[in-house]
Design a protein around this ligand. Structure first.
Ligand SMILES: *Cc1c(COP(=O)(O)O)cnc(C)c1O
Length: 375
């Protein structure tokens, strides 16, 4: 069996161990420490000096705290992009609120502005104004930020920007991760940079950050004993994990370059194949191309290709199954136009790691060529 080629695997810079060693040498193993502050500062400098970053245990915990900061509670409704990973939607349910799913548009595959406005009007007419909107820059492709944010503003609904897959992407010169009233990042194992597991909340004000840090460290009030006026969470990032993050920040831009070059290679190799189409970057959109995605001409071709790659020990994955089609969310109100369902049927994510060797890329390309030569 040839060695496995992964969809997206961790890619270390070498600098990570320096920061971790420093943490051990100074016994900053726990609780917080210089790496946490350092990683937060690195992210802040990278994204925009005017924002504030709280390093957390995961992107999911950052989404959960976002909803808590916005006062989302039992019986509320929160709008969420349907085509996303389930972690975008689960925290809505943690808060006892109901997710309202919005379908995609075809230019970026993200939240459709028309469906969003239809949904807002309909929910208001039914007596409940949504408490928040969660759009996602899926696979690194920025959503239509101008349209989405102007609708949100018009109705006075805050936006939680899910930038878990889009660190290094930008829209009209503004970095993804800085568009929302609150924004979240993920450093899970398969993301463009990883801390083995981790995330961050990006806030507009130092007070919001302070509140998030307070809640994420068990909501301990100032007192010599343990005193609590709030329900707390254990959501803070550790100083060891943050050391990995500092090392990863040194190579973020080169990871973006490598992932974009994977996408360009697939595009240039297969652009003339009738059965394969790609998602071009619309004007003003710059994607980190976290995952290289293709659309096949049918569900059968998609599944055939996936199995052919699997036979060669190459991992690929259908585009994310929309939340409105997930059994757990079958009763959630949804505003649909058919786009995300079709993307799920025909779409495939190809190996996209920043550490793929030329030999590995050659193997993927040969396997795809072979599949279309015989079918
Ligand atoms: C990975 C991911 C998350 C969750 O981040 P974790 O760090 O794994 O908790 C949320 N939303 C999207 C779109 C993701 O891809």
């Amino acid at each position: 069996m040839k060695p496995k080629i992964w969809l997206s695997s961790p890619h270390m810079s070498g600098a990570e161990q320096t920061y971790i060693k420093e943490a051990f040498d100074t016994n900053w193993v726990a609780p917080l420490g210089p790496n946490v502050n350092g990683f937060e500062n690195d992210l802040q400098s990278y994204l925009n000096e005017d924002i504030h970053v709280a390093a957390l245990a995961s992107g999911t915990s950052a989404l959960h705290l976002s909803l808590i900061l916005l006062g989302v509670g039992y019986g509320d409704e929160v709008i969420c992009q349907s085509k996303t990973f389930s972690a975008s939607a689960n925290p809505i349910v943690y808060q006892g609120a109901t997710p309202i799913f919005i379908d995609s548009e075809k230019e970026t595959w993200n939240m459709c502005p028309e469906q969003l406005e239809i949904a807002i009007k309909d929910r208001i007419s039914k007596g409940k104004k949504p408490k928040a909107i969660i759009p996602v820059h899926l696979y690194g492709m920025p959503y239509k930020a101008d349209e989405i944010h102007s609708i949100a503003k018009r109705y006075g609904i805050p936006v939680v920007e899910d930038s878990a897959e889009s660190l290094g992407s930008h829209y009209k010169g503004q970095n993804c991760g800085t568009f929302g009233d609150l924004s979240i990042l993920s450093f899970n194992g398969n993301k463009i940079i990883t801390t083995s597991g981790g995330g961050a909340l990006v806030t507009r004000t130092p007070e919001q950050k302070q509140k998030a840090v307070f809640l994420s460290t068990q909501a301990r009030d100032a007192a010599p004993h343990y005193e609590h006026t709030h329900i707390g969470y254990n959501y803070r990032m550790s100083n060891i994990v943050a050391g990995i993050g500092r090392g990863q920040m040194t190579i973020l831009d080169s990871h973006v370059k490598n992932r974009r070059s994977n996408h360009d290679l697939y595009f240039n190799t297969f652009k003339n194949f009738e059965q394969i189409t790609f998602l071009p970057e619309p004007e003003g959109h710059f994607s980190n191309r976290w995952l290289s995605c293709i659309l096949l001409d049918s569900k059968e071709t998609r599944e055939g290709l996936r199995l052919a790659l699997e036979k060669e020990n190459i991992e690929s994955r259908p585009l994310w199954k929309p939340m409105h089609q997930q059994p757990i969310f079958k009763d959630a109100p949804s505003y649909l136009n058919g786009v995300s369902a079709e993307l799920f049927e025909r779409g495939l994510c190809l190996p996209s790691g920043s550490n793929l060797s030329n030999e590995e890329l050659d193997r993927v390309i040969s396997a795809i060529n072979m599949y279309f030569a015989v079918c």
